[in-house]
Design a protein around this ligand. Structure first.
Ligand code: 13P
Length: 249
């Protein structure tokens, strides 16, 4: 079995101004440790100063979205190659907030994921059910549909990370049971293996996201098949983010 190095990723969402963000990035960089990969994903405009703050630290830099085209007349959008050029190695795609705020569907997420790969970026593709879907017993079906629609043919365990983020757990302080997280992660790994081969299934990092914090991180990160976290609110406080990273088994 492949040893999957845990990835602890901070999604800063639409938070922070330059001075505080540079301080946060420096504090994260100072706490980087062996045995786990750290990634921070600031708002697009803060990518250059954060890149400078992280320089030489080993902490990776990511963006929160990209366009599906490589360039051209798309006012306000950012191409994947521009992100790579600015120092990003990763991009979060298909986050439920983009799916909700911008009407992004699986087809668009798939096109963006292809664009990210073409630019040499690792795509962190987010999937997750709503509370209504969970209550209706449709969680695994929903996840299967999102994976089926959002991942292009060229997915490998090297160019893609999956983040399981139950929509109802994001920013709410609520998390699924450990058994539920284990079930969904095993389901995702099975789908990846079925579509992209056993090697991809074995090697793919699958993160949990949704109200992960220092007090629950150890239990979530210890679940078999959970290879790290995608952290929102707690990634805005260096101490909390690093405490989560330190909880990796
Ligand atoms: P919270 O950690 O704030 O719940 O956000 C999770 C998330 O959406 C990360 O992408």
């Amino acid at each position: 079995m492949t040893r999957r190095i845990p990835l602890i990723a901070g999604n800063w969402k639409m938070n922070g101004l330059k001075a505080d963000s540079v301080d946060l990035a420096r504090a994260v960089a100072a706490g980087a440790a062996e045995g786990r990969d750290l990634l921070v994903c600031p708002p697009a405009v803060l990518i250059p100063p954060v890149a400078e703050a992280l320089d030489g630290s080993g902490v990776a830099l990511g963006a929160q979205d990209c366009h599906f085209e490589s360039g051209g007349a798309h006012t306000g959008d950012i191409a994947a190659a521009m992100l790579a050029d600015a120092g990003c190695s990763h991009v979060i795609l298909g986050h439920s907030e983009r799916r909700a705020d911008h009407g992004e569907g699986d087809d668009l997420v798939r096109a963006k994921t292809g664009a990210a790969h073409a630019a040499g970026l690792v795509a962190i593709v987010c999937v997750g059910e709503t509370l209504q879907e969970r209550d209706a017993g449709q969680t695994l079906e929903r996840i299967s549909a999102q994976l089926g629609g959002s991942l292009p043919e060229a997915v490998t365990s090297g160019n893609t990370v999956i983040a399981y983020e139950p929509v109802w757990a994001i920013g709410t302080g609520r998390t699924p049971t450990l058994e539920d997280v284990a079930e969904v992660h095993a389901h995702i790994r099975g789908r990846i293996a079925a579509k992209f081969g056993a090697g991809a299934g074995d090697g793919m990092r699958i993160l949990y996201g949704g109200s992960m914090k220092p007090s629950n991180a150890a239990a979530l990160l210890a679940i078999d098949g959970v290879d790290g976290g995608l952290i929102g609110g707690a990634s805005l406080v260096a101490e909390d983010f690093l405490a989560i990273a330190a909880s990796c088994p």
